[in-house]
Design a protein around this ligand. Structure first.
Ligand code: WQD
Length: 347
């Protein structure tokens, strides 16, 4: 298990997003040069200053939409990029059902454009942001990389389509080295409280919703179903700390050339946590019981999604270091210090 630890110039798309920003911090702290790009569709420019404050190093940043191939081409012409980490995408499952073309355009179209520009400039090292959601309803947990793929919504279909594009590209041209990382449920925040999850509008995901209940922005958590075949009846997920996730991306970059072609690796803890257990952990973090109401199941939800993280450990030497209690403590610290998110600074 070798890895190229030399410092490199890494282009991070979606650099001001939740996972992108934490990955920029991790790469900068490890000595890499980082060029970030984002269109701020679902993130705040205020994140840039915070990345710099945490890493004590500035990242180069260009505001652009990855679908703008001319702007991407210009960037690659001006900068000596060695590798790319591609986060930029739309990621709300429900929204993808309502506006599929926007998702195919942003997630598949943009990835195709990026690959064309990378190839034209001889940059063929790529870490791609994928998701365990491509499995859809699974027959059993834990989920390994060879589990059946049955995407059930446009969002997860865009991720699966992109993985197929990347696999076909690597077969056609073995000069490419690509790893797709399939995340389970990214949560938490940077321990400094400067970076965290700040979704626009009403949070779709449970952790930011709980955090907003804790800080008083939401009245109560709707628990979507308590009649699942799980220990307490509520949904079980494999929550992974965003700082662990960021570290996994840097390791994946270092191991890209261990194998030829396209590789898929799960990033999860292997531990399942129910909604009620998450609520209890967050209550412990914020020091008070949080109001909740049991509601009907949410359409499209499955009972349990838990990763088999064996390959990440064997191929990357990666294991999650943070437990759910730490995830809740860090998420609460960010929410407490930023009650209305990044635009809290007198927008
Ligand atoms: C987790 C659990 C809900 C909200 C999604 C995407 C996945 C990835 C992560 C991008 C479930 C329950 C939720 C609420 C609740 N995104 N819940 N009340 O659905 O596992 O995964 O986000 O890659 O692709 O599918 O995450 O946080 O929405 O739900 O009870 O207000 O919390 O039923 O059991 P999910 P989630």
């Amino acid at each position: 298990m070798t890895s190229t630890q030399a410092t490199r110039t890494v282009l991070v798309t979606g650099a001001t997003g939740f996972i992108g920003s934490h990955t920029c911090v991790d790469l900068l702290a490890a000595g890499h040069r980082v060029i970030g790009v984002d269109n701020f569709l679902n993130s705040s420019p205020r994140v840039l200053d915070r990345i710099g404050r945490i890493a004590d190093r500035e990242l180069d940043f260009v505001r652009l939409d990855v679908r703008d191939r001319a702007a991407l081409d210009e960037l690659f012409r001006r900068q000596p990029i060695d590798a790319v980490v591609h986060f930029a995408a739309r990621k709300a499952v429900g929204e993808s059902v309502e506006m599929p073309l926007a998702y195919y355009d942003s997630n598949v179209g943009a990835t195709l454009g990026l690959l064309h520009v990378m190839g034209e400039h001889g940059v063929r090292d790529l870490v791609f942001s994928s998701s365990c959601a491509i499995h859809g309803t699974v027959d059993k947990v834990p989920i390994a990389e060879d589990a059946p793929v049955r995407p059930t919504n446009p969002y997860s279909r865009t991720k699966w389509i992109c993985e197929q594009i990347l696999a076909d590209l690597c077969v056609a041209d073995p000069r490419w080295h690509i790893t797709s990382l399939r995340y389970f449920n990214p949560v938490g925040a940077h321990p400094s409280g400067l970076l965290g999850e700040d979704p626009r509008g009403v949070p779709n995901n449970v952790m930011p919703y709980i955090a907003q209940v804790a800080v008083g922005r939401r009245a109560e958590l709707s628990v979507f179903g308590d009649d699942y075949p799980t220990p307490d009846g509520t949904g079980v997920r494999d929550y992974i700390h965003v700082v662990d996730l960021a570290h996994g991306h840097r390791l994946a970059l270092g191991h890209l050339r261990d194998v030829a072609g396209h590789r898929v690796i799960n990033l999860g803890t292997g531990q399942g946590t129910s909604v009620l257990e998450l609520l209890a952990a967050f209550s412990a973090a914020c020091g008070r019981e949080l109001p909740r109401r049991i509601m009907a199941r949410r359409a499209g939800d499955v009972a349990a999604l838990v990763a088999d993280p064996t390959l990440a450990r064997e191929a990357l030497g990666w294991t999650a270091r943070h437990d759910v209690a730490q995830m809740c403590r860090d998420a609460w610290e960010f929410q407490r210090l930023n009650p209305t998110g990044y635009d809290d600074e007198g927008a």
